[in-house]
Design a protein around this ligand. Structure first.
Ligand code: ADP
Ligand code: ZN
Length: 286
């Protein structure tokens, strides 16, 4: 019986899942993301015990996806992980086919195959959490150039009433620097989950997200945009994001129904792990 492993490698936790030939999850375990020395052996041991035949990985980024450096973690703020080859560790230790992509690419892939964008040719998956990142499916394929896109780092037009300088270590006031979970906390002095009563917080937040979604739409024209991540747990944010998106679109593009164009993940919190398993399946079949 075939057993396919999927690893959603996140900045705070590692979700390991195993699926049978029908895609049913038969085992699952979560480990906190600590140092590579501490965490990787735990993951390897789990997948060894599970006797998997192939592994797919959806990783926090940046992760190199080109030939020589395939699966090597790039310049992440999680310093001990820089230069670690997630691909090599698992391919060597488990001696099975392994494929890797980013966490958001994996999530976009799963939403396209079996979630909110099933049956479409294109979609965008964006996460608004500790960081902001997005993966796109175009003509049924994960969009990728020499590496994966970095859509969380686009520039946004500063709201006239906002003088927050931004927290991206590379660009200060890019989208991630202005609208990630940690940016909300730095701007307002409280976690997003403790700011539910503050309409001004969510109007400003939605303005930046709506702006970004309009830019992505102008460039890619995906058939659907799926937004996940911790910040989207905020009640009331989704309608505000949709409104801001329409405002920034400026009536230039006809969106038939914004409520079905910008949606929550169909696979709830499982998009990343499901995408990793689908990728593992691909690795098995290649
Ligand atoms: P990660 O990005 O590490 O995978 P999440 O997607 O869960 O994790 O995002 C975590 C971020 O989401 C944190 O910055 C947290 O403050 C923020 N967050 C979690 N819940 C809420 C909420 N209800 N409202 C606003 N922000 C939230
Ligand atoms: Zn940035």
């Amino acid at each position: 019986m075939v057993r396919i492993g999927g690893l959603e490698a996140g900045g705070t936790k590692m979700v390991c899942a195993v699926a049978d030939a029908k895609g049913q999850i038969v085992a699952r375990e979560t480990y906190p993301t600590k140092t590579p020395e501490e965490t990787l052996p735990q993951l390897v041991q789990f997948f060894k015990e599970q006797q998997i035949d192939a592994l797919g990985i959806g990783s926090f980024g940046p992760v190199h996806l080109q030939d020589d450096n395939y699966g090597v973690i790039g310049n992440t703020p999680k310093i001990p992980w820089i230069g670690v080859s997630l691909y090599r560790v698992f391919a060597d230790e488990l001696n099975i086919p392994v494929k890797i992509t980013t966490d958001v690419n994996a999530a976009a892939y799963a939403e396209h195959q079996e979630g909110a964008a099933k049956g479409l040719d294109s979609c965008l998956y964006i996460t608004v959490g500790t960081g902001i990142g997005a993966g796109a499916i175009m003509n049924g394929n994960v969009m990728q150039g020499f590496s994966h896109p970095e859509m969380g780092h686009i520039q946004v037009k500063r709201n006239v009433e906002d003088n927050f300088e931004g927290i991206c270590p590379y660009h200060k006031d890019c989208l991630e620097g202005m609208a990630s979970g940690p940016a909300i906390e730095a701007r307002w002095g409280k976690k997003g989950s403790d700011l539910s009563e503050r309409a001004d917080v969510w109007s400003l937040q939605s303005d930046y997200l709506g702006q970004a979604l309009a830019q992505y739409t102008f460039m890619l024209m995906p058939e659907k945009i799926i937004i996940g991540g911790g910040v989207m747990n905020q009640p009331e944010i989704m309608p505000k994001v949709r409104q801001a998106f329409l405002r920034h679109l400026g009536g230039y593009v006809d969106i038939p129904s914004v409520a079905s164009f910008i949606v929550s993940p169909g696979l709830k919190g499982e998009s990343g792990a499901r995408g990793a398993i689908l990728l593992g399946n691909e690795a098995y079949n290649e």
